[in-house]
Design a protein around this ligand. Structure first.
Ligand code: NDP
Length: 312
């Protein structure tokens, strides 16, 4: 028997929890499913120092624990489980949890499934990422820890260009390692990179291994054309090879852009399906910050509340 609810929130990052706090306070009795990574991307970062309200900074996991407690305090029904299929062809919307273990019928759905950074997927990268030893996918989050040090950025798109120019302001030197000899980034971003004196381009190169014991001490790269190997000493490595929004299960019903991000009506969280709202990184490829995700989570709850009120 399907369970019939008012408001379902899918995802438990800053967007999902903020939507939950607002929806619960508006008496929508939200049910929130955690997904496969409770707390979202922030649980894989170390210190968060740019989220307003935490004057001394906080770790990503502790911050998400606070979000969780705040959502619980107002009565959000927070559950373990992964949404594995949806049918948004009619209302109430059908949502399948854990491949059929449970079925929900929801009058409104808020999608807050986030995005996942793409990784090179070499063992040394994963080791330093997980131990906080110097591999990150977010310069805005972690760049501060590399003040006056030398770092590497991997990638040749707008994200990599942005990360490199951001890091160049605080780091002694930034090596931008790219597997080809031209950047994919927009011309304007390319110009900014080339005009920044402490960014050195490392063309036609891929990282074979990230070096170091507990902390990163360098990278070993190989030239894809000559196969020549070289080591560059750096204290941190920023992987900026793109993000993948976690939206595949919605693609049959929800309009996505060519990269898979959910399209929303500008200035709102409305999707092409009335009653389904999207917030956070699942619909944002530009800002991708905890604070902007939380902001759109709030918007989604307000949009859902208004939508449900109009249906009564
Ligand atoms: P992109 O897909 O545009 O670029 C990814 C880059 O990483 C490419 O240069 C690619 O190389 C490289 N890459 C991919 N996989 C690997 C790998 N396994 N090993 C080494 N290198 C790899 O992603 P972005 O995140 O940069 O941008 C995504 C979208 O978001 C774009 O449309 C971009 O314009 C937009 N964006 C806009 C911003 C803004 O307007 N301010 C800021 C950031 C992003 P190759 O070029 O060889 O394929």
């Amino acid at each position: 028997m399907a369970e019939h609810i008012h408001c379902l929130i899918i995802g438990s990052g800053p967007a999902g929890y903020t939507a939950a706090i607002y929806a619960a306070r508006a008496n929508l009795k939200p049910v929130l499913y955690h997904g496969w990574q409770p707390g979202g991307q922030l649980t894989t970062t170390t210190d968060v120092e740019n989220y307003p309200g935490y004057a001394e900074g906080i770790t990503g996991p502790d911050m998400m624990n606070d979000f969780h407690k705040q959502a619980l305090r107002f009565g959000t029904d927070i559950r373990n489980g992964v949404v594995t299929a949806v049918d948004f062809s009619e209302r109430p919307f059908k949502v399948i949890i854990d491949e059929g273990k449970h079925e929900i019928l929801a009058e409104a759905v808020i999608i807050a499934t986030g995005a996942s950074a793409k990784w090179l997927n070499i063992p040394s990268e994963q080791k330093f990422r997980l131990n906080g030893g110097g591999v990150s996918a977010c310069a805005t989050c972690d760049g501060f820890f590399y003040r006056n040090k030398e770092v590497a950025v991997v990638g040749g798109g707008d994200t990599a260009a942005e990360e490199a120019t951001y890091l160049a302001k605080m780091c002694k030197k930034v090596y931008m390692i790219h597997r080809r000899d031209t950047l994919r980034a927009s011309k304007a971003m390319q110009e900014r990179v080339f005009k920044t004196p402490n960014i050195e381009m490392v063309w036609n190169s891929e990282i074979d291994e990230i070096l170091g014991d507990e902390f990163v001490t360098g990278v070993r790269i190989s030239n894809v054309k000559t196969n020549e190997k070289k080591e560059i000493p750096v204290a941190g490595v920023f992987i900026a090879i793109g993000h993948q929004p976690n939206t595949a299960i919605f693609k049959d019903f929800i309009d996505l852009d060519e990269q898979g991000y959910i399209k929303t009506v500008p200035g709102t969280t409305k999707t092409n399906v009335p009653g389904v709202f999207a917030c956070g990184d699942a619909q944002d490829k530009v800002y991708r910050q905890a604070i902007t995700a939380a902001g759109t989570g709030c918007m989604a709850a307000l949009d859902a509340e208004r939508f449900l009120a109009e249906q009564e």
